[in-house]
Write a protein that binds this ligand. Structure first.
Ligand code: F6P
Length: 319
């Protein structure tokens, strides 16, 4: 049975470990895995190659996607899509995994409806804006890139009397900015999802400056306001010199973190299993980051057991 994987849309750290797990696990399951290069554009152009283990060795720790990616206008035209279906049919591919964001999942759904191809979506976008999942591949790595940048900026900020504005990516979603501000101790955070009161912010900063604040850090999501504008307002209203850092595409790079590698492994594994079980049109998701409380007696009297799910995953490496 032939099965294929492609990466599509904005690249995200974690795509490579997902591709590696896909190939390794498919071979283990007796499937014929195919790699589609250059995303949807490559699918239309037939850049589809059968993979063996060597094709994916040495990629797990690399950022971006070795399969490369694209955003395709041609795919919107039915006659071009027909060409894509022919390319898959030629190779007997009836199951397809698309690693990407909502635009890529829309394309996958069309393929399922029009050509009866079983499709699995693996959420991968630093924006973390896919519904029904807590995390998408690439998010944790991007957060760590931002954390390192803000820590560095704090060093210089603490040496001067200045305000530093840091603009993050995220498109229309404020997740990256919110998590970065909360975990880096920023004084100000603006995201599209929460209304802000600029007069209130500047009044608070002015009171803190009068009380001795020497510098401040403001994180702004690209989808709410240009960082340049925030820097101008804060400088004008507080009298403290402001500097702007637009982090840009550096947020999409970097070796995938442990969390992104683990998720990639589990998403790919789960996608292959579900496709083999006959599922035809789905997205892998994760929901686990809930915080609550437990009675201390219960905690101390319970034996720790390694999550059976982790044991199941590791069992593929035990024989
Ligand atoms: O969707 C991921 C993302 O990095 C967004 O955060 C950003 O707005 C956009 O892609 C940038 O797109 P491009 O790489 O096409 O400039």
């Amino acid at each position: 049975m032939s099965i294929a994987i492609m990466t599509s849309g904005g690249d995200a750290a974690g795509m490579n470990p997902a591709v590696k797990r896909f190939v390794d696990y498919s071979l283990q399951k007796g499937l014929k895995p195919y790699l589609i290069y250059d995303g949807l554009v490559g699918l239309l152009d037939g850049k589809i190659v059968e993979a063996d283990k060597h094709a994916v060795s040495g990629i797990l720790f690399r950022g971006g996607t070795v399969l490369r990616s694209s955003r395709s206008q041609r795919f919107r035209e039915p006659e071009y899509r027909q060409k894509a279906y022919e390319e898959l049919e030629k190779r007997g591919i009836t199951k397809l995994i698309v690693v990407g964001g909502d635009g890529s999942f829309n394309a996958a759904r069309v393929m399922c409806h029009e050509a009866d191809i079983a499709v699995a979506g693996i959420p991968a976008t630093i924006d973390n804006d896919i519904p029904c999942t807590d995390y998408c591949l690439g998010v944790d790595t991007a957060l760590n890139v931002i954390r390192e940048a803000i820590d560095g900026i704090r060093d210089t900020a603490a040496s001067f009397r200045r305000t530093f504005v840091i603009e993050t990516m995220g498109r229309d979603c404020g997740y990256l900015a919110a998590m970065s501000a909360l975990t880096s101790g920023a004084e100000v955070c603006l995201i599209p999802e929460v209304p802000y009161d600029m007069n209130g912010i500047t009044a608070r900063l002015n009171a803190e400056i009068t009380a001795g604040r020497l510098y401040s850090i403001a994180v702004v999501a690209e989808g709410v306001l240009e960082g340049r504008k925030l820097a101008e307002v804060l400088e004008r209203e507080t009298g403290m010199e402001a500097r702007l850092t637009i982090l840009g595409h550096i947020q999409r790079g970097g070796s995938p973190t442990v969390i992104d590698r683990r998720l990639a492994f589990e998403f790919a594994h789960t996608a292959v299993d579900a496709l083999l079980d006959g599922e035809k049109s789905f997205v892998t998701v994760t929901k686990s980051l809930e915080v609550g409380i437990k009675n201390i007696d219960e905690v101390l009297s319970t034996k720790h057991v390694l999550d059976p799910y982790i044991c199941k995953m590791v069992s593929t490496l035990c024989h």
